[in-house]
Ligand binder design. Structure first.
Ligand code: 8ZB
Length: 483
């Protein structure tokens, strides 16, 4: 798979239309202005540098999600999370209208929020607030700030974010489409994300480190590690092609501790191997572990326990960053206090674990790592075969043929034939593999493991079992056993 860097002339031609989509686009028309501004940001507020330092020192950093409609409220919220919550890294979570490029509606949301005196948007509408609104936010806090969203066409948001002083940008052409959108064509989305990565690459060429983080957990619903790993690696390759250097790949907690540890160890190893094989050497890879992304218990004490087990795995796996949940997860967007409580619960576990080495040699972890390696290998070579010389085309064809398939995703461009289910120890396995190009050795291993559970529960593996597993953690269990 050769490099397909977006041509600079094409980039600039696109750029005009991108910036015309909303009046605040005009404020970032001078691309050099964004570079000049980023040069004034101190190193310890640069997301890429701070992630890199965490890697060197073996520390796990904590980051919440947070975003409200109005600038001053958003600043108060972030300041609270960095002081009370002890957050190492800050987010700016973008509202749903902005994620869908519906800036008129975001504008009405801002107005209504001002009248109501409270946020009526589910995030920070960064495009509407524009470059200077973003600069106000990023200047008001001490920690690096990342834009977190879920936007299939995130080009204008990226322009405004980088010119606005954010030093990290979440998302990717698969991970912000397949789990988030129903009808966005994959090739078009990937090309729009090439633009985002090219923009980040341009900052890098000018000596300004911009961290990029594909969204690892995808649908957050029983996603087998090899599926999210393959997509993370593909999005990593696409980003590197465009000149991205600081790359954070993610994985969402599955719940079986050994599977999660194996997944995190193999994500690092496999990403490095595939990047190097593709000829990339000059990049800085870090990992993010997401605390449980599925349904949470409503009870706050129970929710804290889910948070703490995630924190334990993050520490044991020695990832550079963990995204923290709150005890309000089951209810929706947390109050600032609940958000800080999730951070502090996580901090406690990480601190107690800081000097411990947990993830040593372990035959089960090795077995799972080897399995993931073979599974990712099967998918990657299928995508490569489908690619010819163009990774974008390869990914489009792979989804069309079901060679890539994300469980429980809303996109019509995703086959949706893969069904995961837990085995008798809670490992996430495949009940239905759809058209995933996995060999018989792999599929029979999955089958055997599921037969064990079937026998233990005295019921066949059915869609009911899948449903039981989806709700199990919210009901206080890992595995959805019959009563
Ligand atoms: C895919 C991410 C879902 C998670 C949280 C949800 C959930 C979304 C906000 C937020 C704080 C926000 N989330 N929007 N958390 N402030 N504006 O993202 O609660 O955990």
């Amino acid at each position: 798979m050769t490099s397909n860097r977006l041509d600079w002339k094409d980039f600039l031609a696109q750029r005009r239309a991108v910036l015309d989509a909303w009046p605040t686009g005009r404020d970032v028309a001078d691309i050099e202005d964004g570079l000049r501004y980023q040069r004034t940001i101190p190193e310890d507020k640069n997301f890429a540098k701070v992630m890199s330092r965490a890697k060197a020192s073996g520390r796990t950093l904590i980051q919440p999600r947070a975003g409200v409609a109005l600038i001053d409220d958003h600043i108060r919220l972030l300041r609270y999370l960095e002081t009370e919550g002890t957050a190492d890294l800050l987010p700016t979570t973008i509202d749903a209208y902005t994620r869908q490029n519906r800036y008129e509606e975001a504008a009405r949301g801002i107005e209504k929020s001002m009248t109501a005196g409270t946020s009526l948007l589910n995030g920070f509408p960064a495009v509407n607030h524009g470059r200077d609104g973003c600069r106000k936010v990023t200047e008001a806090v001490r920690k690096p700030v990342q834009v977190r969203h879920g936007t299939p066409d995130a080009r204008l948001l990226a322009e405004i974010s980088l010119a606005g002083g954010f030093t990290s940008y979440e998302g990717g052409g698969i991970s912000y489409n397949i789990p988030y959108a129903k009808k966005v064509e994959i090739g078009e989305c990937l090309r729009n994300w090439q633009y985002v990565d090219r923009l980040a690459g341009y900052y890098e060429e000018n000596g300004l480190a911009v961290n990029r983080e594909p969204f690892g957990p995808l649908t957050g619903t029983l996603v087998p590690p090899f599926i999210s790993h393959t997509i993370a690696i593909l999005e990593g390759l696409l980003a590197l092609e465009q000149g991205v250097k600081s790359l954070t790949l993610g994985y969402g907690q599955g719940g079986n501790v050994l599977q999660d540890l194996a997944a995190l160890a193999s994500l690092r190893e496999l990403a490095d191997a595939y990047f190097r094989e593709a000829g990339f050497e000059d990049y800085d890879l870090t990992l993010v572990f997401h605390q449980w992304m599925g349904g949470f218990p409503e009870d706050e004490a129970q929710a804290f326990s889910v948070i703490a087990t995630g924190a334990f795995v993050a520490a044991a796996a020695r990832v550079e960053k963990t995204i923290v949940k709150s005890p309000h997860e089951a209810m929706g967007i947390p109050t600032k206090e609940a958000n800080a409580a999730g951070l502090k619960a996580t901090r406690q576990v990480l601190s107690m674990m800081a000097d411990q080495r947990i993830c040593a040699d372990n035959a089960v972890i090795e077995r799972e790592k080897d399995l993931i390696r073979r599974e990712v290998g099967a998918l990657m070579s299928a995508v490569r075969t489908a690619s010819g010389d163009d990774l974008v085309q390869g990914i489009v064809r792979a989804f069309a043929g079901g060679l890539l398939d994300v469980p429980f995703a809303p996109s019509v461009f995703n086959r949706g034939k893969v069904l995961p289910v837990r085995d008798n120890e809670g490992y996430i396995r495949l009940f239905a593999k759809g058209s995933l190009p996995l060999g018989d050795d792999i599929t029979s291993f999955h089958k055997e493991r599921l037969q064990e559970r079937s026998k233990a529960e005295g019921r066949p593996v059915t869609f009911q079992m899948v449903t039981d597993d989806i709700y199990a953690i919210s009901k206080g269990k890992l595995i959805g056993r019959p009563k």
